[in-house]
Design a protein around this ligand. Structure first.
Ligand SMILES: NC(=O)c1ccc[n+]([C@@H]2O[C@H](COP(=O)([O-])OP(=O)(O)OC[C@H]3O[C@@H](n4cnc5c(N)ncnc54)[C@H](OP(=O)(O)O)[C@@H]3O)[C@@H](O)[C@H]2O)c1
Length: 282
């Protein structure tokens, strides 16, 4: 490790001159997403000794050292062949440049809104870039992520990224142009579902249920319904029809949801979020 530059207020950033470690995977940024990825990789059998987390905040480094035994926690990125960028979006270009200067050959970025082109440009030389849009359920190992390739990214690089993100949920491949739609659907999606959960709880309370009873029933209803979908019990329309008996209670409830335009509201919500993602990225 060589001299230290001070290009970020109060933060040293080493000029990396040591030999590149090809075995290690470096995760730069030990925030919520960085920690979730490392926890997922450990749970999926990755050796702790092969993982390195670079985190600028010393108090956070202490927390990570306790939460991730055996994982190397450092203040500054070390030279590696492969790295994950889990820092905040404005920090991505600088970190990408330093990793490229230190010999990195491929980067996976989970930063919202930073394009593969911007990362390649910041790197200043050709290297494989994979960009991902993950979502917050990755924090509990049930994420939904989409990935796209940069201009010098191979099938092997995409498989490498799928293995990392696959440790915390499902991963699909899309074109970079589709990432804004992904943001509108699964990136922002957890917030829509939390709103539905809130509304169901309030509705239960309004009809006389104790709040904790309404919460337990609403949350488990969402979990159980989602499990039926992902476990292949049927399409949403078929599953809905199966619980809707003629003239029954569910039909009465669904009529109200349709009368209030819930379906159209979701169409508008996803397209508005995707549009906003395009505006922010452009
Ligand atoms: N959380 C999510 O569910 C989610 C979903 C989709 C996408 N993402 C993306 O994932 C990225 C990380 O999000 P997050 O929620 O994990 O944010 P976060 O908790 O704020 O984590 C970012 C971490 O990186 C550290 N950091 C910044 N610059 C660094 C550097 N040069 N070297 C080492 N560490 C550095 C930050 O330290 P300081 O705070 O001290 O700067 C912070 O601890 C973001 O780009 C975000 O867009 C997150």
């Amino acid at each position: 490790m060589g001299a230290t530059l001070h290009d970020r207020a109060g933060v040293g950033f080493a000029v990396m001159t040591a030999p590149v470690d090809d075995r290690a995977l470096l995760i730069v940024g030990g925030g919520r997403m960085g920690e979730a990825l490392v926890s997922g990789l450990l749970a999926s059998g990755r050796a702790a000794g092969d993982l390195v987390v670079a985190e600028v905040a010393s108090s956070r480094r202490a927390e990570l050292a306790e939460a991730l035994p055996g994982v190397t926690i450092v203040a500054e990125p070390v030279p590696v062949g492969s790295a994950v960028l889990a820092v905040k979006p404005p920090d991505v270009p600088r970190v990408a440049r330093r990793l490229a200067e230190a010999g990195a050959r491929r980067l996976l970025s989970v930063a919202a809104g930073v394009t593969t082109g911007a990362i390649e440009h910041a790197a200043g030389r050709s290297l494989a870039v994979v960009r991902a849009m993950p979502n917050t359920p990755a924090l509990v190992g049930a994420g939904a992520a989409a990935i796209c390739a940069g201009s010098a990214t191979s099938e092997k690089d995409l498989q490498w990224a799928e293995e990392i993100l696959g440790a915390v949920g499902v991963v699909v491949r899309v074109s970079e142009a589709a990432l804004d739609s992904v943001t509108g659907l699964s990136g922002s999606g957890p917030a829509y579902v939390f709103l539905v959960a809130e509304a169901l709880v309030e509705a239960g309370v309004l009809d006389g249920l104790p709040r904790e009873v309404a919460e337990a029933l609403a949350y488990q209803t969402l979990l159980g319904s989602a499990r039926m979908l992902v476990e292949g019990a049927g399409s949403p329309a078929a599953l809905r029809a199966a619980v809707t008996s003629p003239g029954g209670t569910t039909a009465a409830g669904l009529r109200e949801l349709e009368r209030h335009g819930v379906r159209a509201a979701f169409l508008d919500a996803v397209t508005a979020a995707a549009r906003r993602s395009r505006e922010l990225g452009g």
